[in-house]
Design a protein around this ligand. Structure first.
Ligand code: ADP
Ligand code: MG
Length: 687
């Protein structure tokens, strides 16, 4: 059982390194073997400059033609190199005097880095480089593995450790849980692991770089299987659970529907029909409600909450942002109050007294509905009888958050019903991996009278024209959003960019009132701004992506998004969903910083061509850039290490079959298999 030993048993691993490995989810030596490279770098051949393209990571050799310090924009050292077939500029933002001197005209360099499309042609930013001399080794004989890693743990270190672990694998192979269940030409788990850590000479480079090598597919299959097994297993474990069967409350429901200024759409009615059935059963509902932005999911949540209240139970509605929680509280409060149902708000920014008051009402049962952020599920919050949990905009919460959330409502054997709502339509492959434990309902279509949002994509140089358009737009009594998303990894930078934009627009639009909302405002301040915008006391709302989800102001019919090329398609679709909520024609203008890569152009085109969130989601998955992972950071849903839901979608039928087989024939392997691939809490740095 040497592989089960702690990684600290390896040569050169002390407590500190052990801790860093643990952050990657690596405790045992076997874990280290399963930490297979995420991707590979090709340092096996020197590429002629004439044949390289943006997005590729390449090894090049070329002569310095010109090196100069430029002050335009950010001070940087620019070094133009050529090899007779083409040229590229190396760009350094940080550089020492020595470095600057080393990059003299005529020096021959070997560089490795990512090719980008710069202002004046191809660029490499901060490439690894060395001057070529007699000691320069030949290119690497095989592909270089790149491991998922974490702060303070270098690739070279991981390569060495993997080598030690591999040496042990020869004596003690890993258990192959899929032996005999796969087509005969598939590699075993041990063959795959060995190959991927050390791709041998002559390995199929193109396949490995594309992530399509049979050994990568073997691991991807097992990883996807582990995710599905863990969720199906959770679902199977619930068969014994009991939930309160809700009263049909037909009269109250009729009264509520009567009070609405609209009728349910066919899509709403059919989704509600499924939920209504579930809520009447004495077993917990676990249901995902998908519906495009603006399809009207909130009413369905209100109906479910109403049934809970009518049955002497409570409902908790969790939203990902305070802004959205406040809006839900306002809506649900207004809808349910006439029926004698009290709705309280619980967010992190209540005063101590407000919080205490809300908590008391929930503990005593005086309030039947609680709306809030994750603050709802903190230890100090107790419900008298929680019967329903609604999670809105689920894509902002991870799978594990979702699973831990339900514990809150458990009392004895009784667990609450769970309704998970999302406006990010989920591609089928993702649903089968991340939501395999849920039943699914879809709100098809939008309320009547909605016109599709017209979407235009343009370079930010056209800003002046947009500002004029806003002026005309406001004179016509309409309102506009201008979103200025995260451009650097900090809240602070983001809010100051928004502040600057607000100043600029205030100046350029005399006579109009421009408001500002961002994540660093206090909840009360945000609410004030939002109220002013809702009441049309503001013409333009400058915002960061805090308004991405749920905000509902039908009179706002123009949405401008800056730096659109940096946002995900699903996120842009969400932002666009802030307009087109009334009966008027709406527009969305996506501004980008030129030059736009081919790939970014393709992505933005999708939004111009469709308003259908499901199409956007599928395309988003297919069009992710090279090396982009569909991890927690991107979607908040599943963290996959090797598998890629777009690339490996064709494995899913096999995953489903194997999952069923193993759960029936070999339930004992569920725990070790999921433990092998799912590392809750592991944090990877970007590599
Ligand atoms: P989402 O599904 O994005 O959460 P909301 O629940 O916020 O959508 O609904 C969007 C808007 O549509 C709200 O103003 C809501 O009152 C309105 N709405 C919901 N259902 C209908 C309907 N059946 N007919 C007309 N308007 C509706
Ligand atoms: Mg919503």
């Amino acid at each position: 059982m040497k592989l089960a030993q702690s990684a600290v048993a390896l040569h050169g691993v002390g407590p500190r390194l052990g801790e860093r490995l643990a952050r990657l989810g690596v405790d045992s030596i076997a874990d280290l073997l399963c930490l297979v490279p995420q991707r590979y770098e090709d340092r096996t051949a020197i590429r002629p400059l004439g044949g390289i393209r943006p997005g590729e990571k390449v090894l090049i050799e070329a002569k310095v033609e010109l090196a100069e310090v430029a002050f335009r924009g950010r001070r940087s050292l620019l070094c133009r190199v050529t090899d007779g077939t083409g040229a590229i500029t190396l760009r350094f933002f940080h550089f020492s005097r020595g470095q600057q001197e080393g990059l003299r005209r005529g020096v021959r360099l070997r560089c490795f880095g990512e090719v980008r499309a710069g202002r004046t042609g191809l660029e490499m930013i901060h490439p690894e480089y060395r001057a070529v001399d007699a000691d320069t080794p030949p290119p690497e004989p095989t592909l270089t593995p790149v491991y998922p890693t974490t702060e303070g743990l270098h690739q070279q270190r991981l390569r060495t450790l993997a080598g030690q672990a591999l040496a042990m694998l020869a004596d003690e192979p890993l258990v192959d849980y899929l032996a005999g269940r796969l087509p005969v030409d598939w590699p075993s788990i041990n063959e795959a692991i060995e190959f991927l850590h050390r791709p041998p000479r002559g390995a199929d480079t193109a396949m490995l770089l594309a992530g399509r090598h049979p050994c990568q597919r073997r691991i991807a299959l097992e990883e996807l299987l582990a995710h599905r097994l863990s969720l199906r297993n959770a679902a199977a474990g619930r068969r014994r659970e009991r939930a309160p069967a809700f009263d049909p409350a037909d009269d109250l429901v009729a009264c509520f529907l009567e009070s609405l200024p609209f009728e349910l759409t066919a899509g709403q009615a059919s989704a509600w029909g499924e939920i209504r059935e579930d809520l009447g059963e004495p077993v917990p509902m676990y249901r995902l409600l998908q519906g495009d932005v603006g399809s009207g999911k909130t009413v369905i949540a209100a109906l479910a909450a109403l049934r809970a209240a009518a049955s002497g139970c409570q409902a908790a509605v969790m939203a990902p942002t305070e802004l959205l929680a406040e809006q839900h509280q306002a809506n649900l409060g207004a809808w349910l109050k006439p029926l004698g149902i009290k709705v309280v708000l619980l967010t992190g920014s209540l005063t101590a007294a407000e919080r205490r008051a809300a908590q008391e009402m929930l503990a005593s049962g005086a309030a039947a509905v609680a709306v809030g952020t994750h603050a709802l599920f903190q230890a100090a919050v107790n419900f008298r009888q929680l019967g329903l949990v609604v999670v809105d905009e689920q894509h902002r919460f991870g799978v594990h958050q979702r699973l831990s959330l339900k514990r809150k409502g458990e009392s004895g054997d009784i667990v609450p019903h769970q309704l998970v709502m999302t406006a990010t339509p989920i591609p089928r492959t993702l649903a089968m991996t991340a939501y395999a434990d849920l039943d699914c309902s879809v709100v098809a279509g939008l309320p009547p009278g909605r016109k599709p949002v017209r979407t235009a994509v343009m370079p930010e140089q056209r800003r002046g024209r947009i500002v004029e358009r806003i002026a005309a737009h406001s004179r016509a009594g309409r309102q506009a959003y201008w979103v200025c998303p995260l451009i650097e990894e900090s809240d602070h930078v983001e809010s100051s960019a928004a502040l600057e934009l607000e100043r600029e627009l205030t100046e350029a639009l005399p006579g109009l009132s421009v408001g500002l909302i961002h994540g660093r405002l206090k909840a009360a301040e945000k609410e004030q701004v939002m109220r002013a915008f809702k009441q049309a006391r503001l013409d333009v709302l400058v915002a960061t992506t805090v308004i991405e989800v749920g905000v509902d102001v039908p009179n706002a019919t123009l949405m401008v998004v800056e730096n659109a090329e940096r946002l995900g398609l699903a996120q842009l679709h969400q932002l666009r969903g802030r307009v087109g909520r009334g009966r008027d024609e709406s527009d969305c203008v996506l501004l980008y910083k030129a030059p736009l890569s081919e790939h970014a152009r393709e992505r933005l085109k999708v939004l111009r061509e469709t308003n259908d969130g499901f199409v956007v989601a599928e395309k988003d998955m297919q069009l992710r850039g090279p090396g982009e992972l569909l991890g927690t950071r991107q979607t908040g849903i599943v963290e996959l290490r090797v598998a890629d839901l777009a690339r490996d979608a064709d494995l899913l039928p096999m995953v489903v079959r194997l999952c069923d087989e193993l759960m029936t024939d070999e339930p004992g392997c569920v725990a070790p298999l999921t433990g092998r691939w799912i590392r809750a809490g592991a944090e990877y740095a970007k590599v």
